[in-house]
Design a protein around this ligand. Structure first.
Ligand SMILES: NC(=O)c1ccc[n+]([C@@H]2O[C@H](COP(=O)([O-])OP(=O)(O)OC[C@H]3O[C@@H](n4cnc5c(N)ncnc54)[C@H](O)[C@@H]3O)[C@@H](O)[C@H]2O)c1
Length: 406
């Protein structure tokens, strides 16, 4: 029986999906550091994490039995994806399941900050009746600058236009402008025109520190800044300075360079206590709806990979799935170095041992090749061992009677 270890509380609807595939599920509520994780992974085939636990090369090297990792979130920077691929460990995430939740939080914050709701709210809680329109604006007609026009950026673009915001965006990749949104040719151009700047770029290494003094100083006086993407992108010391000297009218920050591991852990930041600054503990994607979607989506990908070798939407292995065949007696999932002639050698080896190939599919992704092969005849153990011993083999897994449902 396969075993799954789920950390950081993914939605419980993942458990029945895993159980239905014959997987025993063990849960641990918090994140784990490297040493804790290495200890906890003994005998585990499937690891489920969210954004806080890091899966390093050292963790992977300590557990060659680990088959697959599910990131029950969007980002996968917390996992060493190349090291996982080199060990044939498939990694899955949920790229779209919480997009809407992030968009709704960003929009709520844009309205709250533009209206200075945080300031009015605090004054009244402090017993001060401060009825004034000073500094309060409608969002209608203001310019929203979206940096990173991906899943979240595009959806925000569409919903924001429905509220009457004018949308401009900047993306390093060519992107189709939706609705009336206008593409800016540089980040500077966007910063010069936007009343509200919101970051929705991905966490690629080159984006570290992409938003610092130079970028804040290119923003319009009195503009609003949001970061719901990644904490290490932004110099928050400069943001603090710009809020305090009045250059910026407000900010909303959901992500921080270092974040506490567990609920209840202490938190500190230079942004604490600033006026018209909304701080949230990385909850942009944390709604019941998103968690449900993610639990269902990722557990489905993990069990499909376990039962049929399908890697659709894997973030580190070639994406493929071989349709089920009634005649298949064995299915072989073979991850290897992507070098010329490997597939020919594998097929020749099977033929030499009399194993009849019923169906086969190959995909490659950079240095990694992945082949799924159905065998409709006997599969001599020697054939499997011969392929396993090949120089370019990274991982070989044999499934007996692959489930035709998969
Ligand atoms: N706060 C949360 O809880 C939460 C939840 C979900 C996602 N996120 C984060 O939100 C971000 C966006 O998620 P997504 O699903 O839309 O990602 P995505 O990959 O679909 O989109 C990212 C876009 O940013 C662009 N980009 C990358 N670097 C850029 C740069 N330097 N300048 C301009 N454009 C750049 C890419 O070309 C891409 O179009 C990610 O960082 C993700 O981790 C946060």
């Amino acid at each position: 029986m396969a075993r799954a270890l789920l950390l950081e509380n993914p939605h419980t609807n993942a458990d029945p999906v895993l159980a239905a595939a014959g997987v025993e599920v063990v849960r641990h509520p918090g994140a784990m550091d490297e040493d804790e994780l290495i200890k906890a992974l003994d005998g585990v085939d499937i690891l489920g994490i969210r954004s806080t636990t890091h899966v390093t090369e050292r963790v992977l090297a300590a557990h060659p039995q680990l088959l697959t990792i599910g990131a029950f979130c969007i980002g996968t920077n917390q996992i060493d994806l190349r090291a996982a691929a080199r060990r044939g460990v498939a990694v899955f995430n949920a790229p779209f399941s919480n997009t809407r939740s992030v968009v709704e939080l960003a929009l709520g914050e844009i309205i709250a900050l533009t209206r200075r709701l945080t300031v009015r709210d605090k004054a009244l809680h402090d017993g001060v009746w401060d009825k004034s329109a000073a500094g309060s604006h409608e969002v209608r007609g203001r310019t929203l600058g979206i940096v990173g026009y991906g899943n979240i950026g595009t959806q925000l673009s569409v919903v924001a236009e429905a509220l009457g915001l004018r949308v401009v965006f900047y993306d390093v990749a060519e992107k189709l402008a939706l609705g009336n949104a206008r593409r800016m040719s540089s980040l500077t151009e966007l910063l010069n025109v936007a009343d509200i700047v919101t970051l929705h770029v991905d966490g690629r290494a080159g984006n570290a520190g992409m938003f610092g003094r130079e970028q804040f100083e290119q923003m319009k006086h009195g503009a609003i800044f949001l970061n719901l993407s990644r904490g290490f992108l932004v110099d928050y010391a400069v943001l603090r300075e710009k809020i305090l000297d009045g250059s910026l009218a407000g900010a909303a920050v959901d992500v921080f360079p270092t974040e506490p591991k567990r609920t209840g852990d202490p938190f500190d930041s230079e942004l604490r206590g600033l006026p018209n600054v909304i701080l949230t503990p990385h909850v942009g994607g944390s709604t019941q709806e998103a968690q449900e979607n993610i639990g269902q989506f990722v557990s489905g990908k993990l069990t499909k990979y376990l039962r049929s070798g399908a890697t659709d939407l894997s973030v580190n292995l070639p994406r493929l799935s071989l349709p089920p065949s009634d005649a298949a007696r064995y299915r072989i999932a073979f991850v290897h170095r992507n070098t010329p002639g490997v597939l020919a050698l594998v097929n020749q080896t099977f033929a030499e041992y009399g194993a009849n190939i019923d169906g086969q599919i190959l995909g490659t992704l950079g240095e990694i090749g992945y082949v799924v092969t159905d065998i409709g005849s006997e599969l001599p153990r020697e054939a499997v061992e011969a392929v396993r011993q090949m120089e370019d083999t990274l991982r070989l897994r044999v499934m007996v009677r692959p489930n035709p449902e998969d």
